[in-house]
Write a protein that binds this ligand. Structure first.
Ligand SMILES: Cc1cc2nc3c(=O)[nH]c(=O)nc-3n(C[C@H](O)[C@H](O)[C@H](O)COP(=O)(O)O)c2cc1C
Length: 310
């Protein structure tokens, strides 16, 4: 008689939000969900984190905006998006039809910008939580990047926290010496969770033309090339603060995702992999389930932060 496979419980509680499984989409790599619905049944995902939304529409950078690198890619899209009003009118109603959590990634170029977009989103039904991308220059403060200055990050996240009742997840930049300082600032500002990591700042040059590969000169590095950095940062952060973490950076398979869970992430987000394989999110989910079955593990919650040291 064929042996029945044991049931695996992949559901988690993330900052008071029940997710049917921990697999999410990383912001900017899955559009607003609709773009991938032909390949992925969105009902099967733990949640969709949408492309970053700002108060006003942004055109983004001139091309070339993407360059493939060994085991990764550089991008300098420039946060192109239609703005919060178009998002609420045209993008959110589609996503709300699915049985999946909706995380809205937000950003701005001043504290007031962030608060403005957060206030507009807070009254809209169907949003599960906000993910705040702090990797933006504060134009009012001479361009210092919110995510690389602890005080600026704290002030920004405190203002966002006061502006909404929705759960607030701070998305941290890896372009810092000690990411745990920023995790503590997010906790002290009252954030409910953390997302890490965003892209690592990089550059590539065409030797024959002697010009940068990206029109913007520099760009964000993502994909498997950054995974060990991301796993290390998730692990360090999980030791330093109690907040739940969404881990991301080069997740291509279920095995990659479980690395992040063992390091201390409660949920994971799949990013660059979506460009290689539009079904990557579901394959990551199935891969996690398969490894847990092979290992005789019944509940994902028992694996969070359980890497054995020493
Ligand atoms: C093309 C592209 C666009 C992105 N846009 C955003 C964005 O709008 N907001 C944000 O917080 N992160 C953005 N990211 C960062 C990803 O969400 C993710 O943090 C990063 O790429 C690491 O994960 P990955 O290696 O699986 O892609 C973007 C990444 C890529 C590759």
């Amino acid at each position: 008689m064929k042996k029945l496979k044991p049931q695996v419980d992949l559901s988690i509680n993330f900052a008071g939000i029940r997710l049917k499984n921990p697999v999410l989409t990383a912001s900017g790599t899955f559009g607003y969900g609709e773009e991938f619905a032909e390949f992925v049944d969105l009902n099967r995902l733990g949640g969709v984190i949408v492309k970053g939304i700002s108060l006003k529409p942004i055109k983004g950078n001139p091309p070339p905006r993407i360059w493939e690198t060994p085991s990764g890619m550089l991008n300098a899209i420039g946060l192109e998006n239609p703005g919060v009003d178009v998002f609420l009118k045209e993008k959110l109603p589609y996503l709300r039809k699915f049985d999946t959590a909706v995380f809205v990634n937000v950003f701005g170029y001043s504290l007031e910008d962030y608060v403005g977009v957060v206030e507009r989103l807070s009254d809209a039904p169907g949003i599960t939580a906000l993910e705040v991308n702090i990797s933006c220059p504060n134009v009012k403060a001479g361009g210092i990047v919110f995510g690389t200055n602890v005080k600026a990050a704290f002030d920004l996240l405190s203002a966002v926290r006061k502006a909404t009742k929705l759960p607030v997840i701070a998305k941290l930049s890896p372009n810092v010496t000690d990411i745990t300082e920023f995790a503590k600032a997010a906790r002290d500002a009252g954030c409910d969770g953390l997302s890490l990591i965003n892209t690592l700042l990089g550059m590539a040059i065409d030797v024959r033309c002697r010009r940068p590969r990206l029109a913007n000169c520099t760009g964000g590095l993502s994909g498997p090339a950054i995974r060990p950095v991301a796993v290390r940062m998730v692990w360090q952060t999980a030791q330093a603060v109690q907040l739940p973490i969404i881990g991301m950076g080069g997740i291509m398979t279920g095995e990659d995702a479980l690395e992040f869970v063992l390091a201390g992430a409660s949920a994971v987000a799949v990013g660059t992999a979506n460009f290689v394989n539009p079904r990557a999110t579901l394959e990551v989910l199935e891969g996690m389930e398969q490894i847990m079955q092979e290992q005789g593990l019944a509940d994902i919650k028992d694996l969070i932060g359980k890497v054995s040291i020493g």
